[in-house]
Design a protein around this ligand. Structure first.
Ligand code: PEP
Length: 249
């Protein structure tokens, strides 16, 4: 059975006191979740998050990392630093990183590798723009993103990653993908993995859906055969809703 995962991407939201309150609320409400819950607060609050979540079921992730080792890269955060905080997951290749910070598939591949070298699980995001879907290029875009950023990995490294399919047109706007659209793409990604690494690997890779997933639609999405949970943006900033989503399996 594949791992069920719900990860919250807080993006650039909350100040310290809001972050502490949200972490504490999520910890106190999450006592009977069957899914692995992960919270990904902004960098400055990670240490606090790891310490607050220590004796709970919640794991902590970062939203990004550098592909470089420590050194003269002003303003960057290395995977080694995140590892020293006991962060266990890192979101890599989010569409906002791709579009606002020009991250390309090769840079994202290097970040994925850096995570794995340090024993941290990358949550690799892929997703097409609306224009790709409207021109029927969505499968090719996802194929290209996964091949260029992931298929250099050995099978043993690949078996450690988590994938999040996040159609860019569905993020942050309420235009959730339909269950049919989500299932079709998740199945396609699983087939790509199976072709490259074998059916066992395809069948065991967790693939999360992201894009306006909320407490109302999570049950239907998570019930799909190839959807193993969600990467949640806006709705992860409300403890009650985030926990309802985590309990939607
Ligand atoms: C995201 O940014 O990863 C995301 C899924 O955002 P939202 O849930 O707000 O669409």
């Amino acid at each position: 059975m594949r791992k069920k995962i719900v990860a919250g991407n807080w993006k650039m939201n909350t100040d310290l006191s809001q972050a502490v309150e949200l972490i504490e609320q999520i910890v106190s409400k999450s006592t009977n979740s069957s899914a692995q819950i992960i919270i990904c607060p902004p960098y400055p609050f990670l240490d606090k998050a790891v310490n607050t979540c220590k004796n709970s079921l919640i794991k902590v992730g970062a939203q990004n990392c550098s592909q470089n080792n420590n050194g003269a890269f002003t303003g960057e955060i290395s995977v080694e630093m995140l590892k020293s905080l006991n962060v266990e997951y890192i979101i890599v290749g989010h569409s906002e990183r791709r579009s606002y910070f020009n991250e390309d598939n090769i840079q994202i591949a290097a970040k994925v590798e850096k995570c794995l070298e340090n024993g941290i699980t990358p949550i690799f995001c892929c997703g097409e723009q609306l224009s790709d879907r409207n021109t029927n290029n969505h499968f090719d875009v996802i194929k290209n993103q996964t091949e260029e950023s992931l298929f250099q990995l050995s099978e043993s490294d690949f078996s450690k990653i988590v994938i999040a399919y996040e159609p860019v047109w569905a993020i942050g706007n309420g235009n959730t993908a339909t269950p049919q659209q989500a299932q079709e793409m998740h199945h396609y990604i699983r087939e790509l993995i199976a072709k490259k690494y074998g059916k066992k690997c395809g069948d065991s890779t967790p693939i999360l859906y992201g894009g306006s997933c909320n407490a109302k639609n999570a049950k239907e999405l998570f019930a799909l055969p190839d959807v193993d949970g969600g990467l949640i943006g806006g709705a992860s900033l409300k403890a009650e809703e985030f926990i309802t989503i985590s309990n939607s399996f």
